[in-house]
Design a binder for this molecule. Structure first.
Ligand code: MIG
Length: 688
């Protein structure tokens, strides 16, 4: 059951699409405290064993207890443990215990979730704005609550199937030849590849919707050349529009008043990659329509996917910020370095980016209502992505375009996926990636993933292999790394066979992964779940955070420790352990419920097939264009007749409800013997 409460006069975020009438009874699930100054607070006393799930893209574990989190979309590339904010604001949590309740705080400004940080058993939710919508969801357990929530916020964005191929990125491949070299290195080493990313340097002076003529002299021809190699190019789009006379996006935005404004009505300015820029007012529906149409310029050159960056929005500095800092410097007496002065100086200079003060100094025109940015900060990136997605529906109505964003808010899940921003080549960030995936799924962000291998810092061979071995199971599987870091493409770490083999597993799993993803999208369900969601009364399962359920048939237990040769795994029921070395090489053994140590070398991928479930595998390929989905191998762990319904469509059009999209795989008894039956050709059955 869902109860909705409205406080004050909240700004519409369009996060919720279901009509829910306002609850007339007083709020009883939470304690509501309003202070003399008008500030507001919701509290809840947690039982000792309550687990708190949620917050989507957030720091720390699957169970959020024991820390404090601030929903305020932040461009901060150092996701160390003490950080409270990342790039997204996903204000949905579920308290799970004897009593389970879901809470969604729908407001586009900052919200703080103190989940047993100040006091162990106290949950404190502090919105910075007292105008908000509050949804309280009750249900039989956490998973049930999540499904109700997901229905209420609408179906998730559905990516094309080719976006389940492996994707390679780098900041930046500087020109045609560099891209060609990446593609040919993958192809020569027979390492699968489906897409290469173009980071900011493909543009002319970092101007959105331009392509540098010098670096990519014949772009349409080049995208066609890459398509022939089975590769799609995915350009980046940044939020800030360069201020430059004669640049059409700037001129049109200025003329039509489509940029965010200062209090005095002039266009707000901030420096980002292109130098000084204006910010499109994505909260204005006309501006949204206008900006979205611009993507056509690139679609017309053969582009089929984009990533939206810097849309928190990230600000390097503003003229106002710099002049304040200058003033400070002018008055700085460096002869007398009193205690602490040095640190003040350092702080002043290093805090020019993303200043709260700057976020409080510009305004949106939300279709007639003028609103200061900090009040709507968390839905800016959301509306950038919405602007693109709504335009795609008009530009290419029958085709799915790949779209994912850095910043997001719940509601944006209907328009695109997300990547989790600038992580580091650290083992701890591989673990963070593992733990974040189910939380993202709870909030509807199904097409998501992290920068595999880590964005910042220098990656090592073993870290990349282990990360890929996990990344096989995330819908977005992209290796990305920053300027100045060690080259991170799979062919740059000596012998390439292990990379080729690990990726071969991904490509034979794509029909299953895509099927589980699409079913989760269509049914507002989760594709990646914590163990506790399917084994709610199993205490050990409820505290296991480094194993995940992938769709209905699989459990994974990735290795995320340097030099490990295997790991301990908890099995909440009997399962079939399959240790893949490549798509065609594997060992299997039935393991009983309980704790096991499993071997898994750096080039092996451990997978577990659940009881009375099956896994269809197709023959591997080097890109999705070459996938053959007419023949399957089936691995099943069953002591009875079972059915798996695989979702399969052409992967690109939008005919989602065609009954032909359902393909059955059955294990059943025929003449006293169990065999596999399907419309697909089954080349081999391995039944345990
Ligand atoms: O200020 O475009 O998160 O993926 O490579 C950095 C350059 C801007 C941040 C993104 C990252 C991208 C980088 N961008």
């Amino acid at each position: 059951m869902i109860k909705k409460y409205i406080y004050g006069n909240p700004i519409e975020t369009d996060a919720v699409i279901d009509h829910i009438s306002v609850c007339e009874e007083p709020l009883e699930e939470l304690n509501e405290i309003t202070s003399a100054d008008g500030s507001m607070l919701f509290t809840y006393l947690m039982e000792k064993d309550d687990i708190v799930y949620g917050l989507g893209e957030a720091n720390r574990g699957i169970n959020k207890r024991g820390y404090i989190y601030e929903s305020f979309c932040s461009d901060d590339p150092y996701h160390t443990e003490e950080k409270r904010s990342l790039y997204a604001a996903h204000n949905f949590i579920v308290i799970s215990g004897m009593i389970s309740i879901g809470i969604f705080v729908d407001t586009p400004s900052k919200v703080t979730f103190d989940i047993g940080y100040t006091a162990e058993n106290l949950l404190k939710i502090t919105p910075s704005d007292q105008n908000l919508k509050l949804y309280i969801i009750s249900g039989k357990n956490a998973y049930d609550i999540v499904r109700q929530f997901r229905k209420m916020i609408g179906r998730s964005y559905m990516a094309p199937r080719w976006a389940f191929g492996f994707q390679q990125s780098r900041w930046s491949y500087m020109n045609e030849d560099e891209v060609r070299e990446v593609v040919s290195s993958y192809r020569e080493n027979h390492i699968p590849l489906d897409a290469v990313y173009l980071d900011i340097d493909y543009m002319e002076s970092y101007k959105d919707f331009t392509v540098s003529n010098e670096r990519f002299p014949d772009f349409p021809n080049f995208t066609a050349e890459m398509r022939q190699q089975g590769v799609r190019l995915i350009p980046i789009i940044d939020a800030g529009v360069k201020i430059e006379d004669g640049y059409d996006v700037y001129e049109e935005g200025k003329q039509n008043g489509f940029f965010c404004k200062r209090a005095d009505g002039t266009d707000f300015e901030a420096a980002v990659w292109p130098g000084m820029t204006h910010l499109p007012d994505f909260l204005n529906s006309d501006a949204r329509k206008w900006f979205g149409k611009k993507y056509k310029v690139l679609i017309d050159t053969g582009i089929e996917g984009f990533w939206n960056d810097m849309n928190e929005p990230a600000l390097f500095y503003t003229p106002e910020g710099v002049s304040e800092a200058k003033n400070y410097l002018d008055n700085f007496d460096f002869q007398t370095n009193e205690q602490g002065k040095f640190f003040e100086l350092k702080d002043k200079m290093s805090s020019l980016a993303n200043r709260q003060k700057d976020y409080e100094s510009f305004y949106h025109n939300m279709d007639g209502t003028v609103i200061r940015h900090d009040k709507v900060h968390n839905i800016y990136g959301y509306n950038m992505t919405r602007s693109a997605s709504e335009a795609f529906d008009e530009i290419v109505p029958d085709k799915r375009i790949l779209m994912f964003s850095r910043s997001s808010y719940i509601g944006m899940h209907r328009y695109g996926g997300i990547w989790t921003g600038d992580n580091q080549s650290w083992w701890s960030h591989l673990l963070l990636n593992i733990k974040m995936m189910p939380s993202l799924n709870m909030c509807g962000f199904l097409y998501s993933g992290a920068d595999i291998g880590g964005f910042g810092s220098h990656c090592t061979r073993d870290l990349l292999l282990r990360w890929l071995a996990f990344g096989i199971f995330t819908p977005l599987m992209r290796n990305h790394s920053a300027l100045g870091t060690r080259r991170q493409e799979c062919y740059n770490f000596g012998d390439t066979s292990a990379f080729k083999d690990i990726l071969s597993i991904r490509y034979s799993l794509i029909p299953y992964l895509y099927s589980e993803y699409m079913k989760a999208c269509l049914n507002s369900d989760m594709m990646i779940k914590p163990l506790s969601f399917d084994y709610p009364s199993d205490e050990l399962a409820c505290t296991t955070e480094d194993q995940l359920l992938i769709g209905e048939s699989l459990m994974i237990a990735p290795v995320y420790t340097q030099n490990a040769k295997g790991r301990y795994v908890y099995l909440p029921e009997d399962m079939l352990f399959v240790l893949f070395k490549s798509s065609s090489h594997r060992k299997s053994a039935v393991l009983r419920k309980g704790v096991h140590y499993i071997d898994a070398a750096v080039d092996e991928v451990p997978v577990f097939i659940r009881k009375n479930k099956l896994l269809p595998l197709c023959r591997t390929s080097e890109c999705t264009d070459l996938m053959n989905t007419s023949m399957f191998e089936v691995i099943a762990f069953a002591d009875q007749g079972i059915t798996y319904e695989m979702y399969e469509d052409d992967g690109i059009s939008k005919d989602y409800f065609n009954p032909k999209n359902k393909v059955k795989f059955e294990i059943k008894e025929v003449d006293g013997q169990f065999g596999a039956v399907s419309d697909k050709t089954i080349v081999k059955l391995s039944l345990f």
